[in-house]
Ligand binder design. Structure first.
Ligand SMILES: Nc1ncnc2c1ncn2[C@@H]1O[C@H](COP(=O)(O)OP(=O)(O)OP(=O)(O)O)[C@@H](O)[C@H]1O
Ligand SMILES: Nc1ncnc2c1ncn2[C@@H]1O[C@H](COP(=O)(O)OP(=O)(O)OP(=O)(O)O)[C@@H](O)[C@H]1O
Ligand SMILES: [Mg+2]
Ligand SMILES: [Mg+2]
Lengths: 257, 257
């Protein structure tokens, strides 16, 4: 059964999509069977994999609507991972699910049937603590929280931790927090160093603050435009190392089949 | 009656909150009576004004719940603008409103009664096209779209334009698009220049792409941490000029009382 990570933060633009894409590609490079799940109606992950969301006939929305297995909707990426794509139709799911039964479990109905096909599943959440994100947390084994090393992103962590506690009580007692992944760190600025230091001081005793740091680089935005992961687009930049190292750690800790 | 701007984009981290804060402060500096409305449960605008969202007894959520005037809930900022603050309680509003009557009009019920007290009202939207953002669009005279000069932000524009058309048909035929405000532009990178060029090519014939460009600077994140607008925190950086110039244009075009 695959290990499932939810990559979430209600703060926008902190590197959720970038983390799912690049961690996924680095895991695939190590020989892992990986599924990337786009749970954001923006379809940022789908775009970053070189797909055009608006041209897709079916997406994750169709699986969620029918509460059926994701399998028929999964695409192959250029780097060997599977992709369960999304487009704007997914925005309807949130409104439609709100009044339905077992509304927090829909994603589980879609992903559990394909769990045996993968070693790792990474879920890219939208910048909100709404029903779709709750679905991801209700199902995941781990939550990984990208934190841009800037003030507003740092302040968003407490709100997410409160939601996690609620999810652990009501839906998923197995959910644990893998850690805070520092992103957009810039050696040239004091502010990002200050925020990183505060992350350790404020959260270091209760949560892991990954020692892998994703440095700021315009290559990330370029690689998204190229529809390629950073580990292929700009293999040698420091930011790519963090994703490779994180992938190696996850890979080495996978349960042996 | 105040002119109302909604500042929206479903793409996260493009500078929505930063734009409301700094455009608001620049308008207040010109002598405008300005109200800043935080319509994001993250409370980023509230934080950036130096307030602690979790310590507030009442917020915009209380006005929305009761469909009453915003007036009792408005705080004074250090730079002379009014602030209708938000905190995580606002996330409840979205779930509660979905099933209610006139759910797209709740924000209008809250802000119309204070319209005569201000010249300009700026609404900071959350990174989503859900009900709260629809409330802002249903009420606003103008929509201003901050666009980070990066690929994924550029791709988010069409989705927002589709929603605008629906809102114009069903809720607010007066809504017009003020323009695309380029943010996080970085002279040192080709990618941001390329995206800006494409913004003009793709959207320039139908929309205004503001000539005021907000350059990338870490001072913006620092100023949010200081709870101060950039025009006070780092008066002379290029990024501050764009907000001053945009404010001057809005100010000069206000209807004379
Ligand atoms: N380490 C980095 N350095 C510089 N830019 C980055 C980095 N990581 C991501 N980016 C860029 O920053 C922007 C935001 O990243 P991304 O879209 O992955 O964040 P997100 O949290 O998924 O956003 P959203 O909240 O909209 O879903 C994108 O343009 C992306 O290409
Ligand atoms: N021109 C700029 N240059 C550099 N950093 C900026 C600039 N404008 C904003 N920022 C910083 O980038 C981050 C994102 O900006 P901001 O929070 O205003 O975006 P947003 O669109 O409101 O995000 P969200 O989608 O989460 O509401 C913040 O840390 C902010 O301080
Ligand atoms: Mg994303
Ligand atoms: Mg914001």
């Amino acid at each position: 059964m695959a290990i499932i990570y939810a990559i979430a933060s209600q703060k926008g633009g902190v590197g959720k999509t970038t983390t799912v894409l690049n961690l996924g590609a680095a895991l695939a490079e190590l020989g892992c069977r990986v599924l990337l799940v786009d749970l954001d109606p923006q379809g940022g992950l789908t775009l970053s994999c070189g797909q055009e969301p608006d041209s897709l006939d079916t997406t994750i929305y169709d699986a969620l609507r029918r509460s059926t297995s994701a399998e028929p909707y999964i695409l192959k990426t250029s780097f060997g991972a599977g992709l369960l794509p999304a487009n704007v139709d997914l925005a309807l799911a949130e409104m439609e699910l709100v009044g339905s039964l077992a509304r927090e479990r829909r994603l589980a109905m879609v992903l559990t049937p394909v769990g045996h096909l993968y070693d790792v599943i990474l879920i890219d959440c939208q910048p909100s603590l709404g029903l779709l994100t709750v679905n991801a947390l209700a199902l995941a084994d781990y939550l990984l929280i990208p934190v841009a090393c800037e003030y507003l992103a740092q302040k968003a962590i407490n709100g997410l931790l409160k939601l996690v506690k609620k999810v652990q009580v009501h839906y998923n007692s197995q959910l644990s927090i893998a850690g805070l992944l520092p992103t957009m760190f810039d050696r040239r600025t004091n502010h990002t160093a200050q925020v990183l230091k505060e992350l350790h001081e404020t959260f270091g005793s209760q949560l892991r603050v990954y020692e892998y740091i994703v440095y700021r680089s315009i290559r990330f935005a370029e690689s998204a435009a190229a529809g390629e992961p950073i580990i292929h687009y700009a293999r040698n930049i420091p930011g790519a190392d963090a994703y490779r190292e994180l992938a190696r750690e996850i890979f080495l800790n996978l349960p042996t089949p």
